[in-house]
Design a protein around this ligand. Sequence first.
Ligand SMILES: CC(C)(COP(=O)([O-])OP(=O)([O-])OC[C@H]1O[C@@H](n2cnc3c(N)ncnc32)[C@H](O)[C@@H]1OP(=O)([O-])[O-])[C@@H](O)C(=O)NCCC(=O)NCCSC(=O)C[C@@](C)(O)CC(=O)[O-]
Length: 355
Amino acid sequence: MFRLTSRSLLHTSKSTTRTLATVSSSNIVNIVEVGPRDGLQNEKGSVIPVHLKAELINRLVQAGVTNVEAGSFVSPKWVPQMAGTADVLKQKTTAPGVHYAVLVPNHRGLDDLLSLLSSSSQPSQSPPLTDEISIFTAATDAFTRANLNCSTSESLSRLSPVARTALDNNLRVRGYVSVVIACPYTGKVDYKRVREVAKELLEMGCYEVSLGDTVGQGTPFEIQEMIEEVSKDIPVSKLAGHFHDTYGTAVANVLAALNSGIRTIDSSVGGLGGCPYSPGATGNVATEDVLYALQNSPYTVAGTANGTIDLNQMADIGWWISEKLGRDSVSRVGRALRARRKREEQEKEKARSKL
Ligand SMILES: CC(C)(COP(=O)([O-])OP(=O)([O-])OC[C@H]1O[C@@H](n2cnc3c(N)ncnc32)[C@H](O)[C@@H]1OP(=O)([O-])[O-])[C@@H](O)C(=O)NCCC(=O)NCCSC(=O)C[C@@](C)(O)CC(=O)[O-]
C-alpha cells in the first residue's frame, strides 16, 4: 500500500536534500522528457513544423534535460504529427551526453532510422543523431490492436528482432508497456500481465521498461500495488513511471512510484499531450510540476543546469510551446509561476509610478 516512509517528503530541508543526494545515488531521479513525442503526437490540426519541434528539443536540453524523446518513425497515416522526425533529428543540435530517443513500432521504423544514421554526414567526432530507440506494446490485446494493429504477443514477437538489430547497431533500447492500470477498451488491468509483458521486453534487451498509465486513471495506491506486483520478478531499477494526468493524480502517482523505488519518471513540458488511442486522456504529468514537487525533498533531479533541470526555464518552455500551439500551458506550476511573475511586475510598476 501507499505510505510515506521515514524518508517523508515533507520535513526535509534543502541542505538535507543535498547531503542525502551525495550520500546515496538512489535519491537521484532521472527525467525522460517526452513532450516532443508523446506530447506533440496528439496535437490536432495542422502538422507542427519541423523547425519548431527541433527548437523545442534544443530549449529542453538547454534547460538541463538529458533524456528526450525526439519523435517517432511510425506510419504517418496512423500518427500524422510525427511525420518529419528524420528532419527533426537532423535539424536539432546534438549535444554530447544527451539521449534523443526515437519511438519505433516495427522493423520498418528501425530500418528507416538506421538508413538515416548511415546517410547523415556527421563530423567524425560528433555524437550520432540518436543512440536510442523506444519500442512499445501494452498490457491488453485491445489496446495493442488499437495502437499497433496486432495482439500483444504478436507485437512482442515483432519487437524482438527490432531490439536485436538495434542493439547490434549500438542503439540502446527502451521499452514501454501501456495501460498498466486501466484499458480504455477493457477496463481494469491484470497487473500480472503487466509484469509478464515488461519481463519479455527486458529479456529482449531493453535496458528499462516504462510503465504507462495511458488513461491517467490510476490512483497512488493502485500505482504502488501495480509496481509491487511487477517488481516481484523485475528489479525496480529497471522500471520507469509514465503517468498521464487525466484525473489529476499524476504528481501523486509520481511520488507513489518514487516511494516504491522507481527513479525514472517520464514527463512532458507544459503537460503536453494525450494519447491518440485513449479518448479523453490528457497529457503526461507536466515536467515543471514534477520538478516543483521534488523541491525540498530527499530527491535530486539529474540534469545539466547546475546539476539539475531548471524549473523556471522549463515553465517558460511550457508556455512558449503551448502558445505556439495556440493555447495556455496546462502545467499548474507553469501557471502559478507566471501569475506570480505578473504580480511582481505589477508591484514594481506601482512602486516606480510612486517615485
Ligand atoms: C505499426 C503500424 C505501422 C502497423 O500498421 P498496419 O496498418 O498494420 O501496417 P502495415 O504494415 O500494413 O503498413 C501500413 C502502411 O504504413 C506503412 N508503414 C508501416 N510501418 C511504417 C513505419 N514504421 N513508418 C512509416 N510507415 C510505415 C506501410 O508502408 C504501409 O504504407 P502504404 O503501403 O499503406 O502506403 C501502425 O500501427 C503504427 O504506425 N502504429 C504506431 C502508433 C503510434 O505511434 N502510437 C503512439 C505511440 S504509443 C504511445 O503513445 C503510448 C506511450 C508509449 O506513450 C506510453 C503510454 O502512454 O502508455
